[in-house]
Each structure stands twice: as C-alpha cells, then as structure tokens.
Design a protein around this ligand. Structure first.
Ligand code: ADP
Ligand code: MG
Length: 586
C-alpha cells in the first residue's frame, strides 16, 4: 500500500497558513500589503471583534481582471515575482503568492475587484471552490475575511483577548502607514474610527496622525546619506521615550522591516541621552541599494542582510549622538515639559528643599528636639559621656560642612553635633520608603503637567478598568483626547524626575499583566530614594540645604541611626568640649 500521498490542496494551504497567519493582525498585514502593491492611494481597514468575526480591507488600487482574480487564490500564484533574480530586488511586499490561498483555507473569503474598465468580479471562496460572478464595483479591491480560524480551533484558542488582538492590528496598520506616508489609511474597529492618516507623504504628519501632537512636537529631524544608503526620519526626544523598544521603527526601502542590529545601534547611540531602561521613539527610513541586500525568503519576510551593515551601524552610532548633543541644549532650556532629561536633574531635589526652606523661613529658625530625641542622640565616645550632661540642648542649627561629609552643628547651649550627611540621607530616605509601602498613599498633583501619549494601539488597551486599578496605587489618570492621558495625581513620594517613568512603567505593567505588582512600586521607590540619597553623599551643601537635611532627619521616627545601624548624629556637649580642652577641673 502506498504510504506517500500528495497532500490535498486545502491541507497544504492550511499548513502554509500556519506559517503566515497567526492572528487577525497577520491577515490585515497580508491584505494591506497587497493593497500597497496594487498602488492604492487609499486603504480602509475595518475589523469587528478584533478581527475574529470580520476583517475588511478596501483599496483603490489597480484591481484584478476576472482571470487574475481567480488565479490569485491558487497557491504560488503571484504577479510579483518571475525569477529568482527578482528575490534580491524585491520592491513589492508580498512575493510568494501564498497569502490569499492561505487565508481562504482558514476563513470565509469574499473578493470584489475591478480594474475599472469592465464590470467587476466577485469571488466567494468555498473550501477549494471559487464561486465567481460579475459585480458592480469601482476600480480597486475589497477583500472580506470572516470567521477567521473557524476550522482551526487550536489557533482560535491561542488568540489573546480582544484588546491585545486589536492592538496588534492597530500596530500593523500604524507601521504600514508610517512606511507609506503617501497612502491615506483608516482603521475602523467595531464601527469606531481608531486611526486615520492623511496620506500626504509627510512622515511627521503621519506620526502626528498616529501618535498625536505631543509626540510629533518632540521629534528631531535626522538625515544622513552615503553613496550606499540614505537614512531619513525622526529621533524622539526624551519626553516621548518609552518603556520598551517597540517604538523604534525601521523601514527599509518602503517596507517595515525589523532590523535587529540597527535597533540595537539606535539604543546604544541614545545611551548617554536617555534615562536607563528607557527606549527612544525613533522612526527611520533606510534606502539601500537593493543589490546590497540579501532578503531571506522567510514567511514573515523579516530578515534582511545587508553587506554594508557595519558601516551603517557605525554611522548611526556616530551621527545620532551628534544630533542629540546639538539638540539637547536647546531642548533643556526651552522645554517646560521636560519632567526628566537625559542626565538626572539631580540639583532639582535640593532646589526644592532650598525653596521650601526659604519660603518657610525655616533656616532662620532653630529646631526643637523632643525629649526622646535628646535621649537617643548618640555620643561620640561613651567614655566621655556623662549621662546627665550628654543630652543635647533644644536647638540644632547648621554651622558648616566638613569633608563634604559631615555637618557641623551647634545647639546654642555650647554643645556641638556632627551629622553624617550620607547616613542622615539614608535614614530620611528609608523612612520615606517605609511610608511609601503603606497602602495609604498621600497624593499630590504632578509637579509638571504630565500628559502621556500613546499610540492608538496602546491607548486602546488602557481601559477604564485598568485606570481604576492604577487608582488603587495612587495614580489618578484621565483620558485626554483620543490616545492621550493626563496624570492628575501621583503618590507624594515621587519626584519630578521619577514621575513620568513611574507612571508609564506602571501603566505598562498593568497592560501586560493586568495586575499591579508591589515589587515594581518598591523598585521605583528605592530608585527614587536612592537617587535622592546619592545627591546627599559627598556633595557640597549650602547652609540652607544642610539645615533642610537636619530638619528632615529630626522629623524621622528614628533619626539616630542609618538603616544599617550606624550613627547619624554624634554629639559633644559643652562639658565634653571643655574637658577636651582641659578647661574644666577634671
Ligand atoms: P503575493 O502578494 O505574494 O503575490 P497573494 O496571495 O497575497 O500573493 O496575492 C496573489 C496575487 O493576487 C498578487 O500577486 C496580486 O496579483 C493579486 N492581488 C492580491 N490582492 C490584490 C489587491 N488588493 N489588488 C490587486 N491585486 C491583488
Ligand atoms: Mg501578498
């Protein structure tokens, strides 16, 4: 008995579909790429229930004749590739002739198409059979895909929830729109318009259409040209930095291609200009002479090798920092939105302390110590201590700083105190940190207006439920336009350096895991306080800053030791000082 048999067409198509079509977004990608290849000027994408029940892609491209339309559903039928030589000079997106047969093997497909001169064609695909008829339709093509994966339940089960799948569709359309700025795209999800681009050939405008005004107004032009390649596009400023690398978008010869090494180079080029664990928003168009490219014919059509890649990488590593360096200065001095910049604005924390001190006239006043404080202040050397005389007096004020490390203080009654500024800062930070972990957050308005802009795909994931979840950890966030959010309240402990990062990281976490992990808050809290602490170590402080530190230290529940148990304050009372100088009769 023969064991080897030729697979039937529908099975082999389903297998091919397995490679190419993972989720609704893959269908959208294949169909939109076909529309792009057909030279469409307008492409409308409509999905229902994240594309599970319906996907429609409508274009005003060249259309197909009846015969071509029938052929389009045959495996390896393509109008785009006629020799292997063409594989290396691919200008069109699809080239394997697999998408339409694959899709129609796992969904119900209806095609309407016309080249504009004769009556159009309608094809309903039924298993392997094509039901062909005439149909009135203007020039262009409409492909309707319904009940995706109806016959492959495993795939269907594997799909994520509607938000995630919708987001993937939005991402596909967004990326294709950015690679084809001369095409007007629209995406409608469950009868609501999610995205429209104007298609006027302007990348910045397209970015604005997709990501919003704030993103578009924080872009730096980037242009670089060699005989072998040309790079154009935009480098995002820090304000629009992201928590992941997905906003580094690379287009190669009009195709959205993820180029791993290029993305890595961009991240590295930004490393001096962006806070750690942030990723830049970058959209770059690379035009590379096709003969220098080696396109690996993988179903996802993603891997491209480029013989001058090392040069390209080096150019990016050199040119991007150059541009950022030039821009950074202007940006720092003019932007009032820069809630955080490349190098942490460490001075701000102290500035605030200083202002508060001046405003409150605190520096001019002295500090009163409670009895318990007096009792617990450590003495420099137990030998010297005579308990009844070792207590500090009521007031401690800063006098000077020693070795950029110790604050010399007096109490107005002849006693002297030395405070280890670093240990003191650690104590202050530690106690703030403890308070942070309390579930009762003290809230404040962000120091700077905090607007977060997301791509429409990300924004669609930020549901009211998720906003409620964020509220439980002290983040009050309001919708603000289509894809923007305004942060109304943040926990008191955040500082202006941290706020945006904190908020965006929490949102990211809620989006990806649907929960809020206290560890993330802890991480931020520690980082925030550690940052503040480092400011206080080995740093010259002016008298107001010293006083501020003392003030905060004495307000702590336990001001006398750092969290590691080392003393924060040592004291020489009047008696001890006199003893040291043999002024007493001892
Ligand atoms: P490929 O894109 O790899 O050629 P597809 O299965 O995606 O394979 O499409 C098969 C053929 O159908 C294409 O080569 C093209 O000639 C035709 N086609 C598909 N979609 C369209 C469209 N929207 N407009 C015009 N022609 C199309
Ligand atoms: Mg195709």
């Amino acid at each position: 008995m023969n064991k080897i048999r030729v697979m039937d067409t529908s099975l082999s198509n389903q297998i091919a579909a397995g490679e190419v079509i993972e989720r609704p977004a893959s269908v959208v990608k294949e169909l939109v790429e076909n529309s792009i290849d057909a030279k469409a000027k307008t492409i409308n994408v409509i999905i229902k229930e994240a594309g599970r029940t319906l996907i429609i892609v409508e274009d005003d491209g060249v259309g197909m004749t009846k015969d071509d339309a029938k052929l389009a559903f045959a495996r390896h039928a393509t109008s785009k590739l006629f020799s292997t030589f063409d594989l290396f000079r691919i200008n069109s997106l699809g080239f394997r002739g697999e998408a339409l047969p694959s899709i129609s093997s796992i969904a119900n497909v209806t095609l309407l198409t016309s080249t504009g001169d004769k009556v159009g064609t309608k094809i309903i695909v039924n298993n392997d059979k094509l039901d062909v008829s005439n149909a009135p339709i203007r020039k262009g093509t409409v492909i309707e895909v319904s009940q995706l994966f109806y016959n492959t339940p495993a795939r269907l089960k594997y799909l994520k929830n509607d938000y995630v799948e919708t987001a993937a569709v939005v991402e596909v359309v967004s990326k294709l729109a950015m690679a084809h700025t001369d095409i007007a795209f629209s995406l409608t999800v469950d009868d609501k318009t999610k995205l429209t681009t104007t298609g006027r050939g302007n990348l910045k405008e397209t970015i604005m259409n997709i990501y919003g005004v704030f993103t578009a107004s924080n872009l730096i032009d980037f242009n670089y040209k060699t005989p072998d390649y040309e790079i154009t596009g935009f480098l995002g400023k820090n304000e629009i930095a992201k928590a992941n690398r997905y906003s580094i978008i690379t287009n190669l010869n009009g195709r959205n291609v993820y180029m791993n090494k290029v993305v890595k180079a961009i991240i590295e080029a930004y490393s001096d200009f962006i806070p750690p664990s942030r990723f830049p928003f970058v959209v770059l168009d690379l035009k590379i002479e096709p003969s220098l490219l080696d396109v690996n014919v993988h179903p996802s059509k993603r891997e491209v090798r480029f013989s001058k890649e090392t040069n390209l990488i080096n150019d990016l590593l050199n040119e991007i920092p150059k541009i950022l360096r030039q821009t950074d200065l202007i940006y720092n001095s003019t932007s009032n939105e820069d809630t955080y910049v490349g190098t942490p604005p460490s001075i701000n924390v102290e500035k605030i302390d200083l202002l508060e001190i001046q405003d409150n006239q605190v520096a001019k006043e002295s500090f009163h110590l409670s009895d318990s404080v007096k009792d617990s202040i450590l003495s420099i050397n137990e030998e010297f201590v005579e308990p009844e005389q070792a207590k500090p007096s009521h007031k401690i004020r800063a006098v000077a700083q020693l070795n950029l490390t110790y604050l010399v203080c007096e109490d107005g009654e002849g006693g002297m105190f030395l405070i280890d500024q670093h240990a003191a800062a650690e104590r202050i930070n530690y106690e703030n940190f403890q308070k942070t972990l309390n579930s009762n957050y003290h809230l404040k308005r962000p120091l700077f207006p905090l607007i977060l802009e997301y791509s429409l795909s990300d924004a669609s994931l930020i549901t009211d439920e998720k906003l409620m979840l964020l509220k439980t950890v002290g983040l009050t966030i309001q919708r603000f336009g289509n894809s923007s959010f305004r942060v109304e309240e943040v926990p008191l402990w955040t500082d202006e350096y941290d706020e945006k990062i904190y908020v965006t990281d929490l949102i990211e976490q809620v989006l990806t895991t649907n929960t809020i992990d206290q560890k993330l808050i802890r991480k931020h809290a520690v980082a925030t306080f550690a940052c503040k602490a480092s400011i206080k170590a080995n740093k010259r402080l002016n008298i107001y800053e010293m006083q501020g530190l003392i003030d905060q230290l004495l307000a702590c529940d336990n001001p006398y030791t750092c969290p590691h148990g080392r003393p924060t304050i040592v004291t020489f009372n009047k008696y001890q000082l006199e003893k040291l100088f043999k002024r007493t009769g001892v």
